[in-house]
Design a protein around this ligand. Structure first.
Ligand code: SAM
Length: 290
């Protein structure tokens, strides 16, 4: 990531959730807060998707398709992570690479829980600006700026008041692909060091998939005339993991994998259209306990 530019992939995820709210997987998914995190111009494509109004211009059409696809991929991922968080209530939650995650506002189960949102300083500044107009979060929320490429998660979290002797639920969603393998391992080492027995790590990662790589290259190529304005312009995808490699890494840091599902399997169990089969097949959510 650029040192001073907020994450654009975080905006796309938020747009996906806003587009899905009240339309996809009703009864299993709802995110009425997502829209409030978006700027006016970011809401336009969301509204196209919500209205099923396919725009004519190709730049607008590309934006529409990205938000529509994001909404269909994000719903199973969000539902799986929310379920895993609810199933093991704790008093301490750390959201690693939080972006515009709104669980602290949206999930009633988090009322009274101390939630630490860890993120790149530029993304976090942007989030705090956006959150200024929102009602107070349900969780007791602490913002913790960390750049995984340089900073020590352990030191910074400790100074923010994280209690390593108490169980923690960790959410690590949509971040692993943007980190180098060594950064993933270092972050997991810190998470392992800070996890008392009873802790749970919910990690979303990408399995190696040639079609997903080709899909991103396509978006990159067709975005060039729009001055490369696509979500991955400053956030290149840097690592993918087989489920076996991820399980090994988790085990090495003291976590036993309870389940590890691809998003396609999760999507098939929900009342949603399943069109992004390649993206869904490559995305995974692992739940691992200590
Ligand atoms: C796709 S967004 C995911 C946001 C959120 N977890 C979600 O799923 O909506 C990727 C997040 O990773 C964070 N990130 C990427 N590289 C980072 C780094 N080196 N240090 C800290 N955060 C980083 C970005 O700031 C961004 O918030």
């Amino acid at each position: 990531m650029d040192a001073d530019r907020a994450s654009r992939t975080a905006v796309l995820v938020c747009q996906g959730r806003a587009a899905a709210d009240g339309r996809l997987a009703e009864g299993r998914f709802a995110d009425p807060t997502a829209m409030a995190f978006l700027h006016e111009d970011e809401r336009v494509a969301v509204q196209w998707v919500r209205d099923g109004a396919v725009p004519k211009g190709w730049t607008e059409r590309l934006e529409y398709e990205m938000v529509r696809a994001a909404s269909e991929v994000i719903v199973p991922r969000t539902v799986a992570i929310d379920d895993a968080v609810r199933a093991r209530p704790v008093r301490q939650l750390v959201i690693v690479g939080a972006g515009l995650d709104d669980r602290a506002w949206r999930m009633p189960e988090l009322a009274g829980v101390t939630a630490f949102e860890v993120d790149h300083p530029a993304s976090q500044r942007d989030k705090r600006d956006r959150a200024a107009a929102l009602p107070p979060p349900l969780a007791a929320l602490r913002f913790v700026p960390v750049d995984f490429s340089h900073d020590s998660l352990a030191t910074i979290l400790a100074s923010a008041g994280h209690a390593a002797h108490e169980p923690t639920t960790w959410i690590w969603e949509g971040v692993v692909p943007y980190l180098r393998r060594a950064e993933v391992a270092a972050t997991l080492r810190a998470i392992g060091d800070l996890s008392a027995p009873g802790s749970r790590l919910v990690v979303n990662y990408q399995a190696p998939a040639l079609r997903a790589v080709l899909g991103r290259l396509f978006v990159r190529a067709v975005s060039l005339p729009a001055r490369g304005r696509h979500p991955w312009a400053n956030e290149p995808v840097r690592s993918s993991w087989t489920p076996a490699a991820m399980a090994d890494l988790l085990r090495h840091h003291g976590f036993a994998v309870r389940r590890d599902d691809d998003l396609l399997t999760l999507a098939d169990a929900l009342p949603i259209p399943v069109r992004q089969r390649n993206s869904l097949r490559a995305g995974r959510v692992a739940v691992a306990d200590r």
